[in-house]
Design a protein around this ligand. Structure first.
Ligand code: SF4
Length: 697
């Protein structure tokens, strides 16, 4: 990073990497002029992302310098939720937080303090470093960070251990590509050219998704399954493979355990029954089944969309078991891809160096419940970082009720004035990934990269490790000296890597995926289970699943709420990061047939509701939605709807069958029209409380 007395001060380009919650972890070339970011683009350091990055991160400078950026610590002035803060200095801010922590521990016990974090800037140093040492040693409640990927991680680990998936580059060797519950056009965009190359070369493309996504429009078959029914569809394919001689019996005998139990569970799932449950055409499902049975190499891109419901763990398990039963391994371009994060040359977590205490565990999906109902002890302090739970957690209204509590002390340590920060008692300004050192681990492309500051910290913002180690110091808690600053933390964490990998990391800034770079499953890489076999029926999960493994729990819907609401990722935000930059109201996407039945038209203002809450928003008719399914974007901030509620106001806080994940796609709703009119002003609203809209003109 050039300094003022550096000859490069005028203009320079700095190499770094994007650590945001996206599978690709692009290498970035950031242009800095006179100490200010003027352009964010791709770098050729990482050939897999060479040439382009997403438009979201191209705009990241608008977050860095935007009007919502937190520049100083602040203490609340005014009612909770008013977002009025008086500037204080770091000394005062951390003294106040430390004093509150000690008082709460003395009166209620340390478990009354709940640290709350998730992906945020997502680098390895931004969480589970100094923060983990501090909160573990203090004895705070622990957080089960299961809002995303918990079911898929649980089952993929149980079936395959940390076996690397088919790489993006090897998709072009597949003769059949199945995109299941994923939308690479918005997340993991660097897979798309490889899919296109394969299709141009004659590969068949199948997309299984309730929406006709951009790739679904180009697919040979789009199977628009109802949310929550993927497990039934996958089991019907298993049944066909077993019953029609397509199961690879030798592979199942030599390389797997539990195939007979899976076979038994699949028996009841005829194509007709699965099609009826999934509300798809049985002939279409049969074509998908036969295509998968007969084509090789065939690869399944298993996404995270299929896990976000009551059957999510079993759905992921049934999908990930398909290549084993169908004999799809052993060829380049055959097998599956999921998260690659477990397969990387990644540092382990020895740097934490403090054993996990046996304190209370709070599932983050139950935040509202924890704030409103837990009493043994009650949550008296919520310390939020890398996260925006006021908009991203299920059961939003209960979360907001909790944040409104006068007896709750809320600390929010973030880069911008998020919807959660507005409810804080103390706000602390955090650096972005363009202002600190970090390590980025790709869960899609399989590499590890150094993230380095390209500009000085904006305002008085500080990196996570520095703030948590300073706070620990005030509390008399020891944090490793190597975790007191981000450069030290980088050296410390990288120090847990094998020598060769560390040398390569500091030499080139990037370590590619494991060798070979594009492994063939069951040729170059094998399950990292105890005996290197696939565990198709993991007994340890059987105990956890409420209805058993490979089970289907029926739809929770009712006549009152006949529509399934989904909230998929958009091209505007990375979860809720960058949500502050949305300037237009969000639309409810609804199929024209469902709209006609409700006398709804594009631009009408509608009430989307169920027993948990309601969202007031504009309507957009969209023939690409499945009948019976409506959609609101993931990661919306409260200002993006007319009543300050987002999709999560309609999402129950129930958890998935395996892994304790969020059931975002189990929201069942009804929609009615409020106003037949074109809103003249569709710019976003500003919120001063959660019941009154204050339009900005
Ligand atoms: S969000 Fe994803 S696609 Fe965009 S720059 Fe970051 S890693 Fe690349």
């Amino acid at each position: 990073m050039p300094k003022r007395d550096d000859p490069a001060w005028g203009r320079s380009t700095v190499e770094t990497a994007c650590p945001l919650d996206c599978p690709d972890t692009c290498s970035l070339a950031v242009t800095v002029e006179k100490g200010r970011i003027t352009k964010i683009d791709s770098s050729d350091r990482n050939t897999a992302t060479d040439g382009y990055i997403c438009n979201k991160v191209r705009r990241f400078g608008e977050r860095v310098y935007g009007q919502d950026r937190l520049l100083h610590p602040g203490t609340r002035r005014g009612a909770k939720g008013d977002a009025r803060f008086q500037q204080i200095d770091w000394e005062q801010a951390l003294d106040t937080v430390a004093r509150q922590m000690l008082e709460i521990r003395d009166r209620f016990g340390a478990e009354a303090i709940l640290p709350f974090s998730y992906g945020g800037s997502n680098g390895l140093l931004s969480q589970d470093t100094a923060d983990a040492q501090l909160f573990r040693r203090f004895g705070a409640s622990r957080l089960a960070r299961t809002v995303c990927a918990a079911p898929t991680t649980t089952v993929s680990q149980a079936l395959y251990g940390r076996m690397p998936g088919v790489t993006y580059a090897d998709y072009r060797y597949a003769r059949l590509i199945v995109i299941w519950g994923a939308n690479p056009s918005t997340s993991g965009i660097h897979l798309v050219p490889h899919i296109r190359a394969a299709v141009e070369d004659g590969a068949a493309l199948v997309v299984i998704d309730p929406r006709r996504t951009a790739l679904a429009k180009q697919a040979d078959i789009h199977l628009p399954v109802k949310p929550g029914t993927d497990v039934a569809v996958a089991l019907s394919i298993h049944r066909f493979l077993f019953e029609h001689g397509y199961a690879d019996e030798r592979f199942l005998s030599d390389q797997t355990h539990g195939a007979d139990k899976l076979r038994e569970r699949a028996t009841e799932w005829t194509t007709d029954r699965a099609a009826a449950v999934a509300e798809v055409d049985a002939d279409l499902l049969e074509r998908v089944t036969e295509l998968y049975a007969e084509t090789s190499p065939a690869v399944i891109r298993c996404g995270w969309g299929l896990e976000r419901n009551r059957n999510g763990g079993n759905a992921a398990m049934a999908v990930l078991a398909l290549p084993a039963v169908g004999g799809k391994f052993g060829k380049r371009g055959g097998g599956f891809s999921m998260s690659s994060s477990g397969a990387l040359p990644s540092p382990d977590d020895r740097w934490i160096n403090v054993p996990e205490p046996s304190t209370r565990v709070v599932n983050m999906n139950h935040l509202g419940r924890a704030l409103v109902e837990y009493d043994d002890p009650p949550v008296k302090m919520l310390f939020v970082y890398n996260c925006n739970p006021a908009t991203t957690m299920p059961d939003q209204n209960r979360v907001l009720r909790g944040l409104r509590r006068d007896d709750l002390f809320t600390v929010v340590f973030d880069q911008v004035m998020t919807d959660t920060a507005r409810w804080a008692d103390i706000v602390l300004p955090a650096t972005t990934f363009l202002e600190h050192y970090d390590l980025a681990k790709s869960y899609g492309l399989g590499n590890l990269q150094i993230v380095q500051p390209v500009i000085d910290a904006v305002g008085e913002s500080l990196p996570n490790v520095e703030v948590f180690s300073t706070l620990a110091n005030r509390l008399g808690i020891e944090v490793s000296t190597m975790l007191h600053s981000d450069p030290e933390a980088l050296m410390h964490v990288a120090g847990t890597l094998p020598d060769a990998i560390r040398t390569e990391l500091f030499g080139s800034g990037i370590v590619p995926a494991a060798t070979p770079i594009s492994p063939i499953q069951f040729v170059d890489v094998f399950p990292e289970t105890a005996d290197r076999k696939v565990n198709l029926f993991p007994d340890e999960l059987q105990r956890e699943a409420p209805a058993g493994l490979y089970s289907y729990q029926p739809d929770p819907g009712s006549d009152l709420y006949p529509l399934a609401l989904i909230s998929p990722a958009s091209d505007k935000t990375i979860t809720s990061t960058l949500g502050e930059l949305r300037t237009r109201l969000a639309n409810l996407q609804i199929h024209p047939g469902d709209a006609e039945a409700r006398d709804l038209h594009t631009d009408d203002v509608a009430r989307v509701f169920n027993a948990n809450g309601e969202v007031h928003c504009t309507v957009m008719l969209n023939p690409n939605m499945k009948r019976g399914v409506v959609g609101l974007p993931k990661g919306l901030w409260r200002k993006s709807t007319l009543n300050g509620s987002t999709a999560n106001a309609l999402v129950p806080d129930s958890v998935t069958d395996l892994g304790g994940g969020a059931c975002f796609n189990d929201a069942r709703v009804e929609v009615t029209r409020i106003v037949t009119a074109h809103l003249e002003d569709q710019s976003v609203a500003i919120w001063t409380d959660d019941s009154t809209t204050k339009r900005v003109h």
